[in-house]
Design a protein around this ligand. Sequence first.
Ligand code: PGA
Length: 251
Amino acid sequence: MTAPTSPQVEVLPTADAAIPILLGELRAALVRRPRPLIGFATGGTFTAFFAALAAEFAAQRLRGSDFVATHLDEYAGFDAARRGGMVHELVTHCAGFGEMLRSGAFLPVPGSEAGLAAHEAAIAACGGVELQFLGIGRNGHIAFNEPGTPFERGFHATTLAASTRDDARPRFLPEEPPRQAITSGIATILAARRVVLCAFGRGKAPAVAAMLRGAVNATCPASAIRRHANAVVLLDNEAAGDLRAQASAQS
Ligand code: PGA
């Protein structure tokens, strides 16, 4: 049996070591295709990357006219300006995204199902997602595709898992985190031409092991990445901990 070639898995000494790799992935996408659609992922995993992007914009090494930006998901009922929301997070960490939003070069995920057909049409009009950045939840979710979500789904409304809400709680204090969200589906994610998934920290280690070594099914939504022909998984040492433990138990 030949070893699978995708996803390619890279274990990095630190999470910060991923930043030049992520910038390189973005630059490569800009070379592959004029004005490609880039799908960003929100969450703590990518905060340092957004700071690096902000520096790229500030130094004019990156321009809002170079690409079209979108993202994976949004809390139900949230618009671009609402604190705690995904668009708000993106434009807060990287002012360049705010300019892109104003110029129409940023496609925000709508906060209700009503706008989904138009959003999917806008993605299609850009030729689909050229490069999709992706995180992973402690429960193995990707975007807000919680365990049990069929791989065939496109954008849809969903109910957040308890662990997802627990992890989101700090960004909403003193209020409670939302219960519902709009999310790109696993089929949407797998349709991207290149997928770059990042997982950092000990808390992600069990989900990473399930994604890469467990069954490929809806119990671990992230396992769907093994059905993508052109994906890379970037881990720090801690997130790779359970993979290593499994490998040494088997040797
Ligand atoms: P995080 O979230 O980057 O905040 O850990 C990732 C995710 O839930 O997909």
